[in-house]
Design a protein around this ligand. Sequence first.
Ligand code: NAD
Ligand code: UDX
Length: 479
Amino acid sequence: MIPSIKNICCIGAGYVGGPTMSVFADRCPNIEVNVVDVNKERISLWNSSNLNDLPIYEPGLKEIISRCKGRNLNFSTDVKKYIQLADMIFISVNTPTKKKGIGAGQASDLKWVEACARQVAEFAKGYTIVVEKSTLPVKTAEVIKKILDSTQTSPDKKFDKSFDVLSNPEFLSEGSAINDLENPDRVLIGGENENAISALSNIYKNWIPANKILHTNIWSSELAKLTANAFLAQRISSINSISALCEATGADVREVARAIGTDSRIGSKFLDSGPGFGGSCFKKDILNLVYLSKYFGLPEVASFWEGVVKLNNWHQHRISELIVKKLFGTTSGKKICIFGFAFKANTNDTRESAAIKICKDLLEEGSILFIHDPKVDPKQIEKDLGIKQSVLNGEISNVEHLSKYEGNWFFTNKIIPATYEADALCFLTEWEEYSELDWNLISQKMRKPAWVFDSRSIVSAKEVKKAGLNLWRIGDSSY
Ligand code: NAD
Ligand code: UDX
């Protein structure tokens, strides 16, 4: 019999758990959705009455939360209570790369997933379907199942429990998460038990056509998620490698991307050359694939995928090096504005952002950075750079006073005033507002010779040049 799901618990109220469960609650008003997390601060932000305080910025998220919270969507730290109530439990916790021990630097650290499985094993009642939403190495479902099966009956024998485990990886991209969740290219469900698979499919069928819901075995589902991210990241490393060649040869990477993207076998998406891919997923998931390949005795496969990450690291340093080179070999004591710190536009997430590496390189060179981002909290930048931000006492109008801030950074929420007496502006995230700047005004403010470094092809190259500024743009040597 196909179980009817009335109560869902999602463990992990992060970038995946929060938006995913919001859309579930919105599209399934008859299901009670409870999102739990051990992070009290995060849960209190989800529960804030001011929707501008949500812990995650995603276009469209606020509107859904305001419709569903208190109706059939609830955020809580009471993990035990909501596991007990649930017919279906999603595990949506973090799975970062292991920092120490066997597989350090490559394998996924599964301690949070294991902790969840133990909590579920302890608190669940009756029959429960456990769904892996986190991105996990192949064969993790087996580990989860073993933990669950070891406690199928409560010690006091008050109630029996039984479980089925499904893999249902999430393919959303940050910045477009709500649209991706509402209109996914596909939903992937891996598992063995047909009834459990149907129970999860039936939830998705509330808003997704049946032909977009794919069923596979559990291992294919786990591997498909890692493979999808590896293929996407591989495209970015491929086009970024070509950007360096374009700069050396006089070709233009945008033209090359357009020319190859019209080949329907290649396709036009994911061919924007930039400062190197960031985000919490690509590097972690490829390294995981590398680890798995080595573990299963396939060193050639491992080194093929490792190349994608190596190219990305090289590319990010290439950008900081060329900034220093263009500024006469030193940026010590020079004022550089960093525009964009998030790993991509429309998110406040900075995990693995190219901006972190590039800013660290520039600070090491003694640059004085003024960092702007419309959504990232300066406290997050402090954590990422490992340096507290400096505070100016009205000295922004006098560049001489800045020299004592070599190797330090300031946060700024105003673009034009920040450019005053700047030696260079560096665009690292493609925020829309950077495409509409008054370049004549900016040029009047900057110290000459002044440089604009555009790693995102976001500024108007013609206007920058017309305003008398030097321009470097990714994959283009014509300026
Ligand atoms: P996140 O770090 O934003 O959120 C994870 C949350 O889980 C944290 O708030 C943490 O406190 C909580 N948590 C950890 N252990 C817990 C426990 N035992 N009980 C209760 N709460 C616990 O992570 P995320 O970005 O949402 O990613 C989650 C998973 O989804 C990862 O495996 C990731 O690879 C995958 N994924 C992420 C994205 C993305 O765009 N961020 C997209 C697809 C898949
Ligand atoms: C990615 C996958 O796209 C998504 O399917 C998966 O679920 C999670 O990982 P995300 O990391 O949120 O999503 O964003 P994505 O749009 O893939 O961008 C990742 C990085 O690649 C960003 O730094 C982005 O700026 C960069 N990128 C993307 C490029 O440099 N060029 C492109 O053409 C596309």
